[in-house]
Design a protein around this ligand. Structure first.
Ligand code: MG
Length: 159
Protein backbone atom coordinates (compact mmCIF):
# COMPACT_ATOMS: atom_id res chain seq x y z
CA UNK A 1 0.00 0.00 0.00
CA UNK A 2 1.36 3.43 -0.91
CA UNK A 3 1.75 6.28 1.52
CA UNK A 4 -1.39 8.21 2.29
CA UNK A 5 -1.03 12.00 2.33
CA UNK A 6 -3.52 14.69 3.33
CA UNK A 7 -3.23 18.46 3.16
CA UNK A 8 -5.33 20.99 5.06
CA UNK A 9 -5.52 24.74 5.39
CA UNK A 10 -6.96 27.05 8.03
CA UNK A 11 -7.65 30.75 8.58
CA UNK A 12 -8.77 32.76 11.60
CA UNK A 13 -9.21 36.39 12.54
CA UNK A 14 -10.15 38.09 15.81
CA UNK A 15 -10.77 41.74 16.60
CA UNK A 16 -8.44 43.27 19.19
CA UNK A 17 -9.32 45.39 22.19
CA UNK A 18 -7.23 47.35 24.68
CA UNK A 19 -6.34 45.60 27.93
CA UNK A 20 -6.20 41.94 28.86
CA UNK A 21 -3.87 39.31 27.48
CA UNK A 22 -3.05 38.15 23.95
CA UNK A 23 -1.93 34.53 23.54
CA UNK A 24 -0.52 33.22 20.24
CA UNK A 25 0.56 29.63 19.80
CA UNK A 26 0.13 29.21 23.55
CA UNK A 27 2.59 32.03 24.30
CA UNK A 28 1.56 35.32 25.94
CA UNK A 29 2.69 38.05 23.53
CA UNK A 30 0.96 41.08 25.07
CA UNK A 31 -0.59 42.13 28.33
CA UNK A 32 -1.91 45.37 26.81
CA UNK A 33 -4.13 43.90 24.07
CA UNK A 34 -6.59 41.03 23.90
CA UNK A 35 -8.72 39.34 21.27
CA UNK A 36 -12.50 39.65 21.32
CA UNK A 37 -13.31 35.95 21.55
CA UNK A 38 -15.30 33.35 23.42
CA UNK A 39 -12.24 31.16 24.07
CA UNK A 40 -8.77 32.60 24.70
CA UNK A 41 -8.85 33.73 21.03
CA UNK A 42 -5.50 32.23 20.04
CA UNK A 43 -5.71 32.83 16.27
CA UNK A 44 -2.56 30.85 15.51
CA UNK A 45 -3.86 27.72 17.22
CA UNK A 46 -7.35 28.21 15.76
CA UNK A 47 -5.96 28.39 12.20
CA UNK A 48 -3.77 25.36 12.90
CA UNK A 49 -6.71 23.35 14.31
CA UNK A 50 -8.82 24.17 11.24
CA UNK A 51 -5.97 23.03 8.98
CA UNK A 52 -5.64 19.75 10.90
CA UNK A 53 -9.39 19.12 10.89
CA UNK A 54 -9.55 19.99 7.19
CA UNK A 55 -6.82 17.50 6.38
CA UNK A 56 -8.86 14.63 7.84
CA UNK A 57 -12.20 15.88 6.50
CA UNK A 58 -13.56 16.72 9.95
CA UNK A 59 -15.13 20.11 9.32
CA UNK A 60 -13.99 23.10 11.35
CA UNK A 61 -13.25 24.14 14.91
CA UNK A 62 -16.79 25.48 15.40
CA UNK A 63 -18.24 22.05 14.57
CA UNK A 64 -16.22 20.51 17.40
CA UNK A 65 -16.34 23.41 19.87
CA UNK A 66 -19.46 25.54 19.28
CA UNK A 67 -19.05 29.17 20.41
CA UNK A 68 -22.48 28.81 22.04
CA UNK A 69 -21.02 26.33 24.56
CA UNK A 70 -20.74 28.21 27.88
CA UNK A 71 -18.11 25.77 29.18
CA UNK A 72 -15.71 27.05 26.49
CA UNK A 73 -15.62 30.61 27.85
CA UNK A 74 -11.97 31.68 28.04
CA UNK A 75 -10.98 28.10 27.13
CA UNK A 76 -7.29 27.39 26.60
CA UNK A 77 -6.99 26.74 22.85
CA UNK A 78 -4.41 24.02 23.48
CA UNK A 79 -7.45 21.92 24.40
CA UNK A 80 -8.76 22.34 20.81
CA UNK A 81 -5.36 21.42 19.40
CA UNK A 82 -5.05 18.32 21.57
CA UNK A 83 -8.53 17.25 20.42
CA UNK A 84 -7.57 17.65 16.74
CA UNK A 85 -4.35 15.69 17.32
CA UNK A 86 -6.32 12.87 18.97
CA UNK A 87 -8.59 12.67 15.90
CA UNK A 88 -5.60 12.61 13.55
CA UNK A 89 -3.94 9.77 15.45
CA UNK A 90 -7.22 7.89 15.58
CA UNK A 91 -7.44 8.17 11.77
CA UNK A 92 -3.92 6.74 11.53
CA UNK A 93 -2.09 9.92 10.54
CA UNK A 94 0.77 12.02 11.88
CA UNK A 95 1.74 15.58 10.99
CA UNK A 96 4.70 15.97 8.62
CA UNK A 97 4.92 19.76 8.92
CA UNK A 98 2.90 22.89 9.51
CA UNK A 99 3.53 26.28 7.93
CA UNK A 100 1.87 29.24 9.65
CA UNK A 101 1.47 32.94 8.94
CA UNK A 102 0.33 35.45 11.54
CA UNK A 103 -0.60 38.96 10.44
CA UNK A 104 -0.59 41.73 13.04
CA UNK A 105 0.30 45.39 13.02
CA UNK A 106 0.63 45.16 16.80
CA UNK A 107 2.13 43.83 18.95
CA UNK A 108 5.51 43.19 17.33
CA UNK A 109 6.00 39.41 17.28
CA UNK A 110 9.63 38.90 16.26
CA UNK A 111 10.82 38.30 19.82
CA UNK A 112 8.21 35.55 20.36
CA UNK A 113 8.51 33.55 17.13
CA UNK A 114 11.02 30.96 18.37
CA UNK A 115 9.08 30.30 21.54
CA UNK A 116 5.78 29.90 19.63
CA UNK A 117 7.44 27.48 17.17
CA UNK A 118 8.96 25.40 19.99
CA UNK A 119 5.63 25.29 21.79
CA UNK A 120 3.65 24.20 18.72
CA UNK A 121 6.28 21.65 17.65
CA UNK A 122 5.93 19.99 21.05
CA UNK A 123 2.12 19.99 20.77
CA UNK A 124 1.87 18.46 17.29
CA UNK A 125 5.11 16.44 17.23
CA UNK A 126 6.25 17.86 13.90
CA UNK A 127 8.23 20.61 12.24
CA UNK A 128 6.59 24.04 12.45
CA UNK A 129 7.47 27.21 10.56
CA UNK A 130 6.03 30.57 11.59
CA UNK A 131 6.00 33.68 9.46
CA UNK A 132 4.99 36.96 11.07
CA UNK A 133 4.01 39.98 9.02
CA UNK A 134 2.02 43.16 9.14
CA UNK A 135 -0.75 43.92 6.68
CA UNK A 136 1.07 47.00 5.39
CA UNK A 137 -1.55 49.34 6.84
CA UNK A 138 -4.35 47.75 4.81
CA UNK A 139 -7.77 46.85 6.25
CA UNK A 140 -8.61 46.11 9.90
CA UNK A 141 -5.47 44.03 10.48
CA UNK A 142 -3.26 46.76 9.04
CA UNK A 143 -4.96 49.34 11.22
CA UNK A 144 -4.23 47.29 14.34
CA UNK A 145 -7.89 46.48 14.99
CA UNK A 146 -7.59 42.77 14.34
CA UNK A 147 -5.14 39.88 14.20
CA UNK A 148 -5.27 37.07 11.62
CA UNK A 149 -3.52 33.77 11.03
CA UNK A 150 -3.25 31.22 8.25
CA UNK A 151 -2.06 27.63 8.44
CA UNK A 152 -1.29 24.77 6.11
CA UNK A 153 -0.41 21.25 7.21
CA UNK A 154 0.66 17.99 5.60
CA UNK A 155 -0.28 14.67 7.16
CA UNK A 156 1.02 11.22 6.32
CA UNK A 157 -0.65 7.89 7.09
CA UNK A 158 1.17 5.67 9.56
CA UNK A 159 1.51 2.38 7.70
MG1 MG B 1 -10.88 31.92 16.44
Amino acid sequence: MGQRFRVGQGYDIHRLQAGGRLVLGGVTVSEELSPIAHSDGDVVIHALVDALLGAIGQGDIGDHFPPSDPTLKNADSKRFLNHAMDLIRREGFRVVNADLTVLAERPKLGAFKKQIVRNLQALIGASVNLKAGTNEGCDAVGQGQAIAAQAIVLLVGEG
